[in-house]
Design a protein around this ligand. Structure first.
Ligand SMILES: Cc1ncc(COP(=O)(O)O)c(C=O)c1O
Length: 389
């Protein structure tokens, strides 16, 4: 039977503390602190009041596919036909569809460390093997030599995620162009570009590998969704764009796992993609200020060091220098899980251990909470770390 992950254990411990009345500040959240804009919710309410609550077309409504098609043409300069798009129950289902539709036991999928942990779980669930490639340094630049050495005759996919959860690294055009040169030498490898954080970028704009190397379009699946951009995690709508045959196979495995995506969620997602977008800039600026507060504070704490993430809403400080210290009660901080547990129990701040992303000397801290809460969390972390010896 599957065991709960470190993330689930920290989440359950956080909930238990809250139930006991402790005022825990969560920096463990993977979703926006804003609310879904009201015009999106209103569109969903109208759909409910006009009875749009039945099964939809299996791989999504034509109206939402058309909205996705137009968004990609307008904003991303990428052109797809309707039958090259499928709508899913979150980007999660789109990613899992891709693995389920293509992997045979023993097939390998390359992940760049640190990686969004469910990728590895989805691969393993199909009998596949995640092959983790470690960045050469902490800049997040793609380690091309190590990557090419990791490719074997069983390599089926490489998964790219830019901006990256958890590191916040945004792949540059130069990174993507160099990767494209490598991938052209390996024509059988499929590519996933998980662009779910594309709108949360602090300098410049995120690029997709297909923008940089259009010849890779026929083996790339672009995955995206409304969860992060529009604060719509609970509406559960994501989508994938890619080669027709692959989309058909992914659509098939989707129908046997969930039939259709939520009808109301799809109406809301359509309203998100076709409605006003200007407010996103004020959200981006708010995240940027919060990033500066959190990272600036973390870098003042002896024992922590943190790069400024270029995108997404997570700081990913190195905690390496704190390993081996002891809590006031004498417990050894032997790893990231021990430090996250200590911060939760003694500072009432929840964070996510880096090991679940393949990087055990880090913690992930999100900056989606208000500036006041973020400052309070930083003060608590600083004083808890100062008590270590
Ligand atoms: C990198 C990445 N991809 C995909 C997802 C899943 O998003 P969704 O809510 O659309 O399923 C997440 C959610 O945290 C994520 O961080």
């Amino acid at each position: 039977m599957a065991k709960p992950s470190a993330f689930q254990r920290i989440t359950s411990a956080t909930e238990a503390l809250r139930r006991a009345g402790v005022d825990v500040i969560s920096l463990a959240m993977g979703e926006s602190g804003f609310s879904t804009p009201e015009w999106i919710s209103e569109a969903a309410c109208r759909a409910v009041s006009t009875g749009q609550m039945r099964y939809t077309e299996m791989t999504g409504t034509l109206a939402l596919k058309e909205a996705v098609r137009q968004k990609y043409e307008r904003e991303n300069d990428l052109r797809y036909e309707i039958d090259e798009i499928i709508i899913s129950t979150g980007a999660t289902q789109a990613l899992s569809n891709a693995m389920r539709a293509t992997l045979h036991p023993g097939d390998e999928v390359i992940l760049l460390v640190p990686y969004y942990s469910p990728y590895a779980d989805m691969i393993v669930a199909q009998g596949g093997v995640p092959v983790c490639v470690l960045a050469a340094d902490d800049t997040g630049a793609i380690p091309l030599g190590a990557l090419e050495a990791a490719i074997s005759s069983r390599t089926r996919w490489i998964i790219l995620n830019s901006p990256c959860n958890p590191s916040g690294v945004v792949l540059s055009t130069a990174d993507l162009a160099a990767l494209a040169v490598l991938l052209r030498r390996h024509p059988d490898i499929l590519i996933i570009s998980d662009d779910i954080y594309e709108k949360t970028v602090f300098e410049g704009a995120a690029k997709n590998i297909v923008n940089v190397a259009p010849d890779l379009k026929d083996r790339t699946v672009v995955v995206n969704g409304v969860s992060k951009t529009y604060a719509m995690t609970g509406w559960r709508i994501g989508y994938a764009l890619g080669p027709r045959d692959l989309m058909a196979a992914m659509g098939y495995v989707q129908t046997i796992s969930s039939w259709t995506p939520s009808a109301v969620g799809q109406v809301a997602a359509e309203a998100a993609l076709t409605g006003p977008q200007e407010f996103l800039e004020s959200w981006r600026q708010a995240y940027s200020r919060r990033r500066d507060i959190l990272v600036g504070f973390l870098n003042q704490i002896e024992g922590l060091s943190c790069r400024y993430p270029s995108g997404a809403f997570y700081a990913f400080p190195s905690i390496e220098k704190l390993i081996g210290r002891r809590t006031p009660g004498g417990t050894l901080i032997e790893d990231d899980v021990a430090l996250a547990t200590y911060l939760l129990n003694s500072a009432a701040v929840s964070t996510v251990p880096g090991s679940i992303f393949g990087a055990r000397h880090h913690l992930r801290m999100s900056f989606v909470v208000s500036e006041g809460q973020l400052t309070a969390a930083c003060q608590r972390i600083a004083s808890a770390i100062a008590r270590l010896s």
